[in-house]
Design a protein around this ligand. Structure first.
Ligand code: IMP
Length: 437
């Protein structure tokens, strides 16, 4: 019998595990989180918001997640959304409803931080208008209000947290003061009609009432779990190259998605024992920004169609290209990943040859370290190693040793270039389509 997930003993050895995307998002983190979560007591989401999108297939059921931890599919796992996440209460309730129609209940095991910042309609409006009215330099955001909400968090006086939704007088005072301020800015920049704070107050206090049973001090909950040696799986959203400090700024999201676990959870860094990186077998990016290995040709189109590379959150076609080992070496270094899972290998079947980007040429110089400046990266010319492809389908393969020799060769060349072992190989969306080495 081939195991569908790593053995419980092997997982115990890993301790608390952090899952981090090592490219520009959409690596397939959802599948691995789902696979591992049965062996953990807690699943912890610590960054981002409803910009993230995870697809998980279990048998003939398909689930889509934006905010709720994927661990919710396991009834014994306590799912925690920490203060580092920006929460859209409307989306959260929508997701809870959607899950419950699929038979997944959240009542007893979902916890939301009272300190998480709340996304309001003016955040989404500002995000969408800034994008649609930008003459050039669009970031290509998801329009979910993520950036403006994190900006208000840093601004402090205009921040509203989940706890504020639970007390009418607090929420009223804040909205009465903040909405006119937002109206003035939005009108001056985009000539918008003013938003009315009163219906917003009614709608969000009602959301607060519905979410009240889930809201608590998650920092205390996590510290108690740490003391009791409970096993934690940290569900990273977005990815290292979208990190607001260490990604391809400004074409990034607004959280420290590669580095901010401690900030997002309130746990010390040593609470994580193992960081497992998630890598797609090729590169994709959605939104603007440099992507040295992008293929604007038939090969890129073929990858997009074979990999169904359309955004989970926005439906946008993703930009596709060869795998980039320079970017991956950087992400491994930044995140501290000691091993990784290689996803969507089956998408690369039927190519005569495959390319791995091993270096960049920038201003006639060969570079092996990812340029810190996105503008410099824009001019990076990829240097490739070409390896033979394979035409066999990977359907039905259950052991690494049964992969076509050229697929094994591709994996071993990648490991050499990236410097960490690829311990899990995914060859399809199902739990059973996973090779564990
Ligand atoms: P924002 O997070 O909506 O502000 O978008 C900023 C950039 O990050 C855009 O290029 C988005 O497409 C990208 N982005 C944010 N979250 C994800 C994700 O989960 N997967 C892929 N791209 C993302």
């Amino acid at each position: 019998m081939v195991p569908e997930s790593p053995s419980p003993a092997a997982l115990r050895e890993l301790g608390n595990v952090s899952i981090v995307g090592l490219q520009w998002g959409d690596e397939g983190k959802g599948k691995i989180i789902d696979l591992l979560s049965s062996e953990f007591d807690l699943a912890v989401r610590w960054n981002g918001g409803s910009n993230a999108g995870h697809k998980v297939e279990v048998g003939d059921k398909k689930y889509r997640f934006h905010l709720i931890p994927i661990g919710i599919l396991r009834p014994n796992v306590t799912c925690v959304i920490c203060s580092g996440v920006v929460i859209d209460p409307l989306k959260t309730l929508e997701e809870i409803d959607g899950l419950s129609t699929q038979g997944v209940t959240v009542e007893s095991n979902l916890k939301l931080s009272l300190n998480a910042n709340v996304v309001f309609p003016y955040h989404k409006l500002q995000d969408q208008l800034a994008e649609s009215k930008a003459a050039d330099g669009k970031i290509g955001t998801t329009g979910r209000g993520i950036g403006p909400c994190y900006a208000d968090k840093a601004n402090r006086s205009t921040a509203i947290r989940l706890a504020d939704l639970l007390e009418d007088s607090r929420l009223k005072e804040k909205l009465q003061r903040i909405v006119p301020e937002k109206n003035a800015i939005l009108h001056a920049l985009y000539a918008t009609q003013p938003l009315d704070w009163k219906p917003m107050f009614e709608q969000y206090r009602a959301c607060g009432e519905q979410l009240r049973p889930f809201i608590c001090d998650t920092t205390q909950l996590l510290h108690r779990a740490l003391k009791e040696n409970k096993r934690m799986l940290f569900e990273g959203a977005n990815a290292v190259l979208l990190d607001v400090d260490h990604g391809t700024v400004p074409y990034v999201t607004s959280s420290n998605c590669g580095t901010g676990l401690s900030v997002g959870t309130g746990l010390p860094g040593k609470a994580v024992d193992t960081t497992l990186g998630i890598i797609k077998a090729y590169s994709t990016r959605v939104g603007s920004g440099p992507m040295p290995t992008e293929l604007n040709n038939g090969i890129g189109d073929k990858i997009r169609e074979r990999g169904h590379e359309y955004g989970t959150t926005t439906g946008r076609p993703r930009r596709c290209g060869w795998i980039d080992a320079v970017a991956l070496r950087y992400s491994v270094a930044i995140s501290g990943a000691s091993a990784a899972s290689l996803m969507l290998l089956d998408v690369l079947s039927t190519f005569d040859e495959l390319k791995i980007c091993t270096g960049y040429k920038v201003n006639r110089q060969v570079r092996e370290w990812f340029p810190a400046d996105a503008l410099e990266l824009q001019h990076a010319e990829p240097l490739y190693e070409t390896v033979p492809g394979w035409h066999e389908s990977l359907d039905g393969i259950r052991r690494f040793e049964d992969l076509p020799k050229n697929a094994q060769g591709y994996i071993s060349r990648l490991e050499g270039h990236i410097g960490i072992p690829l311990k899990i190989i995914s060859i399809g969306p199902g739990r059973h389509q996973t090779l564990i080495r």
